[in-house]
Design a protein around this ligand. Structure first.
Ligand SMILES: *[C@@H]1O[C@H](CO)[C@@H](O)[C@H](O)[C@H]1NC(C)=O
Ligand SMILES: *[C@@H]1O[C@H](CO)[C@@H](O)[C@H](O)[C@H]1NC(C)=O
Length: 153
C-alpha cells in the first residue's frame, strides 16, 4: 500500500518535471516544469514565450521578490533583462499576494520571451528569486542547459 502511494506521487514529477541543476547560491526549487521540455537541453523557440512553473519555499519574511535571469554562453555570463512585469514575482503567484512569510510554499508561473532575433545558440540559463532590497539574498535558484531553435514549420 505504502509503496503504491509513493509510486503514484512520483509519476507526476516524471511526467511534468524536468531535471535541473542547483546554483552555487540559494536553495533549489522543490519542483520545476518547463512547458514542452522534459529533459535538458530545453528548446527555447524563437518568437515564443518559454513557460516555467516552479514551486519554492520562502526563505524568510519578505516584502517583494524579483526574478533575475542570467544567460551563460561560451563561458560568458550576462544578465538577461526582463521587463518589470515579468520580473515582479508577486504578480506571478496566482491569488497569493506579497508580502510572503518564511516557510510558505509558493508556485511561480514565469514566462520568458524568446525574441525572433536571438542567435541559434546553446546556452545555460540561471533563474533566481531574489529580494528586491538585497539581491544577494536568494530564495530559490536553478539553472538548465537550453538552446535557441527556430519554430517548427
Ligand atoms: C526594504 O527596504 C525598505 C526601504 O529601505 C525598508 O523599509 C524595508 O524594511 C526593507 N525590507 C526588508 C525585508 O529588509
Ligand atoms: C544583503 O544581505 C547579505 C546577506 O544577508 C548581507 O551580508 C549584506 O550586507 C546585505 N546588503 C545590504 C546592502 O543590505
Amino acid at each position: 500500500m505504502f509503496r503504491y502511494l509513493i509510486l503514484v506521487a512520483l509519476v507526476p514529477a516524471i511526467v511534468f518535471g524536468v531535471e535541473f541543476n542547483k546554483c552555487s547560491k540559494g536553495p533549489a526549487p522543490l519542483s520545476l516544469s518547463v512547458v514542452g521540455c522534459d529533459s535538458q537541453p530545453c528548446n527555447l523557440v524563437r518568437g515564443k514565450n518559454t513557460e516555467f512553473q516552479f514551486l519554492f519555499e520562502v526563505l524568510s519574511d519578505v516584502d517583494e521578490l524579483r526574478t533575475t535571469v542570467f544567460a551563460t554562453v561560451f563561458g560568458l555570463t550576462t544578465e538577461y533583462p526582463l521587463p518589470s512585469e515579468f520580473s515582479n514575482v508577486c504578480e506571478h503567484i496566482g491569488t497569493d499576494k506579497c508580502p510572503l512569510e518564511k516557510g510558505e510554499q509558493i508556485t511561480v508561473s514565469l514566462s520568458i520571451p524568446v525574441l525572433e532575433f536571438y542567435p541559434l545558440i546553446s546556452l545555460n540559463i540561471e533563474i533566481s528569486l531574489v529580494e528586491k532590497n538585497n539581491t544577494s539574498i536568494v530564495h530559490s535558484c536553478f539553472n538548465l542547459d537550453a538552446k535557441v531553435v527556430e519554430p517548427e514549420p
